[in-house]
Design a protein around this ligand. Structure first.
Ligand SMILES: Cc1ncc(COP(=O)(O)O)c(C=O)c1O
Length: 280
């Protein structure tokens, strides 16, 4: 008998599953209500970057959502197996509320999948977009949770694409710059870095955290606060931050163009060096 070794591209509740056959129930609340949480982790040469930070955020999201999680060391083990097999990839962890019959509670499911790294461009353009659905600093029970309910963000991205931009830049009801649908934002004014503060209810981005640590190491000053779009438009450099974008030049915000600048270059190089030294 021949043993067929499946590539570990999909694990459901810790079991490797043939990607073509991998499935969860159509009655799962994650499908029916977007009721679940997720993480996307970049894997460099088979090594996951900032795995512990992603797992800690997953745990915080699960707590805010009252969602059961297996032991984090198990989830780490599954993500590592998928990453090792995927080598240069993104590892996505999705925790669904569960459900395999209508209106019957059942345990949450943990899906870990391999994804190819999307092709990226050297710079991105962003369309300022009003985001009335965003906390924008108002407190409510899910602030900080990375939930599966991303439809408004994805819609903002889609509209931006339809209008000739790469992505959206979300603006709060009070007129403050927040974040992109799937990234954080920062910019440089007179050599100082400015970025929206976490108390605006933006996601606690791990790329933002690493980049600000690197900025500090480079002796750069960072001002985290509440800024309106005018402030971004008068910046010398603008950059986007995310697990997939890493540190990325923003070359247009609405109708205002920006050059790639020296500080963004330094931050990008520092981030790359950090990845090289740390991906574990
Ligand atoms: C809304 C939002 N902000 C920021 C980010 C960037 O977070 P990270 O750097 O942890 O990828 C993401 C990532 O998906 C996001 O969804």
């Amino acid at each position: 008998m021949t043993t067929i070794l499946l590539p570990v591209q999909v694990m459901i509740d810790g079991q490797p599953v043939d990607p073509q056959q991998a499935a969860i129930s159509v009655f799962d609340w994650a499908l029916l209500r977007g009721d679940g949480i997720f993480e996307a982790i970049r894997c460099y040469g088979g090594r996951l970057f900032q795995l512990d930070a992603h797992l800690a955020r997953l745990e915080r999201s699960a707590a805010l959502m009252h969602l059961d999680l297996p032991d984090l060391s198990e989830v780490a083990h599954w993500a590592t197996a998928v990453g090792e097999d995927g080598h240069e990839c993104t590892v996505r962890i999705v925790v669904t509320r569960g459900g395999d019959q209508p209106d019957v509670d059942s345990p949450s499911r943990v899906v870990v999948i391999w994804e190819p790294v999307p092709e990226t461009t050297p710079a991105v353009s962003v369309r300022p977009t009003s985001a009335p659905w965003h906390s924008g600093g108002k407190t409510w029970e899910l602030v900080g949770a990375k939930t599966l309910s991303y439809a408004p963000n994805m819609s903002a991205w889609r509209v931006a694409r339809a209008e000739g931009f790469d992505d959206a830049l979300l603006i709060s009801r009070d007129g403050y710059v927040l974040e992109g649908p799937t990234f954080s934002i920062g910019w440089v004014v007179d050599g100082n870095i400015e970025t929206p503060s976490l108390d605006l209810g933006i996601l606690e981005s791990i790329t933002r955290m690493v980049t600000l640590e690197e900025a500090e190491g480079l002796g750069l000053t960072v001002d985290e606060g509440r800024f309106t779009l005018d402030r971004v438009l008068e910046a010398d450099e603008v950059f986007a931050l995310s697990t997939l974008k890493e540190v990325k030049v923003v070359d247009r915000v609405g109708t205002t163009s920006f050059e790639a600048g020296p500080i963004t270059g330094k931050l990008a190089a520092a981030y790359t060096a950090r990845v090289a030294s740390e991906a574990s």
